[in-house]
Design a protein around this ligand. Sequence first.
Ligand code: HEC
Length: 136
Amino acid sequence: MADPRRGVDLCAAVAWGIIAFGAPALAAEKGDAARGQALYVEYCSQCHGGRGEGWGWGEKIPPPPVPIPDLSNAEHMRQLSDQYLFEIIKEGGEAVGKTRLMPAAGRVMNDGAIWDVIAYLRSLSRRVEAPRKQER
Ligand code: HEC
């Protein structure tokens, strides 16, 4: 009991516990980015572009009357919490004070799938070296 090394071991154990169990709580790790990508391509890319950069200009329909945020912009994405992303994706723009032009995905995706999409979104802005499209 009086062995001082025991205290050190305990500190180390607590520290490792924080590293091991605290880190995954950082939300992007809740989901699977690879699965999220498939969902993104199916449900989001027509409006947000192939890599989150904005309107998919390949589409023949005109862009919506509000600007589409650049989901691949690290500076911008850093300001958006995971909770916010979850809410707007699940409930749609109106749920967070934006417009309904951002549709709710809760009908077609369960919570796990939404976290997968969020993990993918986070990976878009982490890939800073990805070539940016020049169209804007
Ligand atoms: C019909 C077009 C459309 C589709 C489909 C769509 N979005 Fe959006 N999204 C928008 C528009 C428009 C906005 C901006 C709304 C506003 O400013 O009122 C937006 C906003 C967002 C935002 C908020 C970003 C910010 O800066 O606040 C996120 C995150 C987002 N969309 C993610 C997604 C994801 C993920 C999907 C697929 C599940 C998706 N969107 C599908 C049109 C779309």
